[in-house]
Design a protein around this ligand. Structure first.
Ligand SMILES: [Zn+2]
Ligand SMILES: [Zn+2]
Length: 498
């Protein structure tokens, strides 16, 4: 048996504990399931460490002090003026919360909670204001030349004369990308700067400026004693920010770089890699409207981080839900995905799709349809929550062939069926008494055989009589879900249609 990737990592780290696993996501746009891979990967390793009895912490640093890089497609044109300002200092794009950062951070934190991921949460803007970075900032300013040399050597890129590891926030225009450092005072804990807007000023090292990303990242490693960190492959390229971070951490801050876990992107089938900046995303909240949280965890945790995930929200998503519910997947992945609902959900998603359409979204009718086809409906709340998932899935992602509508009257096209097909429906009507879904299914085959009809043809005839279509859900379970008298009447009517 192969060992789960999270256990392989945990095994490697076991002896060097205790561990602090860090994650960090910039709330610059809707947080999507691609970003979720970061926290999910961290959470899987965290759980695997705890399972081995290793002391471990999971932390999440929200990069709320990063600047807005450009006008993303989901932003109003008026946000042009905020480019270059820290996300925590920009207003909410829709006016519903305290800041831009909050607008995207709040739903992400809620989603983590639903996914049973419980890190200690830190906000970068607060950490800076509280002076947590103070020593790191002073060291970076003093060792500016050494850091510049590392950046040049490792990234192979030129570092401009005016480069500084610390960007002041301009007190006039609020930007961090337009200021140039003129000097610093370690005693007063301030920097002097000038800005392209024409301002000159003095900024505090406590919250009036920020270390540049390539220094900020390694600076937080010793601050939080971080020993493990997953990050996207963009940071893992040769000469990229992990490579420079590793040397800055070791040579400037005297701290070993954390154990790296590089993860691949999640591609949206037929569209491409998910990025907030392009707007190609399915957000976590959207996903959680369709799949139960443990299945969303399972989607990510069952794949090795270095493997890219092709995500298809149409039929493959349904198969994934059923694989998890029926405990047919990799047992350790399922264990690491579990969020405490230990008894499996019984009704296959596919059948829920049938029941919801028969019940036309009405709770009582859906439960009745499930009861008729022999499912236990005592877990009412869970069933209705799944039913809501199904409604959203049907609306957004379902392929046309799974959608159907029960016809109120016998479709006229039934009269074009052959005499044998119609006779078959009459025979079937007489044999439904007291039968369950599987028995009805068997009976459909039996009737087809008696009348020398191809089963497929006979199925099509039945679908036509009920749905006005040549296709439909698994026939025995479909007929069993409907009111029995209605089914009998409709079959009789179809058999007599001229
Ligand atoms: Zn808002
Ligand atoms: Zn300015």
């Amino acid at each position: 048996m192969t060992i789960h990737w999270a256990d392989v990592i945990a095994q490697r780290l076991e002896k060097s504990g205790p561990h602090t696993i860090a994650t960090g996501i910039t709330p610059s746009g809707p947080v999507h399931i691609g970003n979720m891979r970061e926290v999910m990967t961290a959470d899987a390793v965290y759980r695997a460490l705890l399972d081995r009895g290793v002391e471990a912490r999971l932390i999440y640093i929200a990069d709320t002090f990063d600047r807005l890089r450009r006008l993303y497609p989901f932003l109003p044109q008026s946000f042009q003026e905020h480019i270059g300002k820290p996300l925590s200092e920009i207003p909410c794009p829709t006016g519903c919360c305290k800041s831009y950062a909050d607008h995207f951070l709040t739903p992400f934190l809620e989603s983590m909670e639903r996914l049973d991921i419980k890190p200690e949460v830190y906000r970068a803007d607060q950490l800076y204001r509280e002076g947590v970075y103070l020593d790191a900032i002073k060291t970076a300013l003093q060792k500016r030349d050494e850091i510049a040399r590392i950046l040049r050597e490792v990234s192979g890129r030129d570092v401009p004369e005016a480069w500084s590891p610390f960007d002041a926030i301009c007190q006039c225009c609020g930007r961090t990308n337009t200021t140039r450092l003129l000097g610093f005072d370690l005693e007063k804990e301030t920097v002097d700067y000038e800005c392209q807007c024409g301002c000159r000023g003095t900024a505090s090292m406590r919250g009036e400026g920020k270390l540049v990303w390539r220094v900020d990242w390694p600076a937080r490693w010793p601050i939080f004693k971080i020993t493990v960190e997953p990050f996207g492959k963009d940071h893992a390229t040769a000469g990229g920010s992990y490579d420079t971070g590793k040397r800055i951490s070791e040579e400037i801050y005297g701290y070993p770089a954390p154990y790296p876990i590089v993860y691949e992107w999640i591609h949206l089938k037929g569209v491409g890699a998910m990025h907030s900046s392009t707007g190609i995303v399915i957000t976590i909240q959207e996903m959680l409207e369709v799949v139960p949280p443990e299945v969303l965890r399972y989607l990510i945790i069952r794949n090795k981080p270095e493997k890219h995930i092709e995500f298809d929200p149409a039929m493959p998503l349904i198969n994934l839900v059923d694989e998890y519910d029926q405990r047919k997947g990799d047992p350790r992945s399922m264990e690491l995905s579990s969020i405490g609902h230990e008894t499996p959900f019984e009704v296959p998603f596919r059948h829920m799709v049938t029941a919801v359409q028969i019940g036309r979204g009405d709770d009582i009718l859906i439960l009745k349809a499930l009861d008729r086809s022999g499912y236990d409906i005592s877990r009412r709340q869970e069933i209705l929550s799944r039913a809501r998932n199904v409604l959203v899935w049907l609306e957004r992602y379902a392929p046309g062939f799974v959608k159907f509508q029960l016809r109120e009257d016998l479709p006229a096209a039934v009269k074009n069926l052959s005499g044998e097909e119609r006779r078959g429906m009459g025979l079937l009507a007489e044999r439904l008494e007291g039968k369950g879904a599987q028995e009805i299914h068997d009976q459909v085959y039996a009737v087809a055989e008696e009348l020398a009809l191809a089963p497929k043809k006979f199925f099509q005839a039945i679908y036509l009589a009920f749905l006005g279509d040549r296709q439909g859900p698994k026939v025995g379970w479909f007929l069993a879900s409907l009111d029995r008298d209605f089914v009998k009447e409709r079959l009789m009517e179809a058999s007599g249609a001229e």
